[in-house]
Design a protein around this ligand. Sequence first.
Ligand code: GMT
Length: 367
Amino acid sequence: MNIGIVCYPTYGGSGVVATELGKALAVKGNNVHFISYDQPVRLDAFAQNIYYHEVSINNYPLFKYAPYEIALTSKIVDIVKAHKIEVLHVHYAIPHAAAAVTAKHILAREGIQIKIITTLHGTDITLVGKDKSYEPVVTYSLQESDVVTAVSESLKKDTYSFFNYSGEIHVVPNFIDFERFNKQPKDHFKKGIAPNGEKILVHTSNFRRVKRVPDVLDIYRRVASKIPAKLLLIGDGPERASIEEECRNCDICSDVIFLGKQEAVEEILSVADLFLIPSETESFGLAALEAMACEVPVISTNTGGLPEVNIDGVTGFTSNIGDTEKMAADALTILHDYNLALFKARAKEHSLNYKLKNILPLYEALY
Ligand code: GMT
């Protein structure tokens, strides 16, 4: 089958899932054509049956905002025609679904039929999508897609409640490549970070407000006031500078380590004891699942799809948004020597439900 995949190329979960899905489909003999404004980060090596087409924008001084959606639509039309694409799978509704729908209509006028699968990832519905400035177009894109999928039951429910859409939404959870996300023996690295056997807490995100990184710091401080602990912060984004400044002001820079954007996140997760994800909204929480695959239990909020991934009292604990006191108390429960091995084992065990081999057939059936 000839498949087109439209996604964001960045470190975000939607781009990662789209890329890993495309790679797996290519291994099964499909021709997979990625369309994006940059090479997707996980598309890092040449592989058979995989092609990448870059959307370039012809800028003009008149434009205050370059019309990316038009450039993307035109690129989709071109690639569908040139490579006889049968199914176009767009990840993240804005603006990918709208571009796909317009391309489909343009192609239909030339007698070319394609099918569109739109996969909703989260903020395209819960934060950005439902905003008045986007809502009518997102609604139209959902109605005009041939298949709509959501990454969690929670996101499916949110979509029905925020949009005038009554078609079917198939829940297809995200998945993990276990060849990559596995606990790796990195004892020397662990000794470097925590030479005196301190517990290692970790958080990875794009440091946007929705991630509530100040809560991460608050939980860490509460934990560190009771037991020796270090905090590793992976990723970068708008909130990082203020958090870093706070750490400098409190003189905890040697215990809170900012690692920035990292390729081999699995190596860092492998030395961690606990993953913190106190997000305001999180439709799935792929970062938490990746941690669990590396045997790291999770402290999360109980918002969105997080309770579907992090089972309260089993793989970690969930709490109300902002309840850092409970989150810290739960963290200490998990980190207690008596409990830690059990939580680690259960986190790993639950993550195994999200094996690529379990999830791929769900998408293949929809194709
Ligand atoms: O966070 C975003 O706004 C974008 C998006 C992304 O590209 O990472 O994140 C969403 O999709 C991920 C992959 O399906 C989910 O794991 C994240 O939970 C979801 N983010 C939010 O809902 C905030």
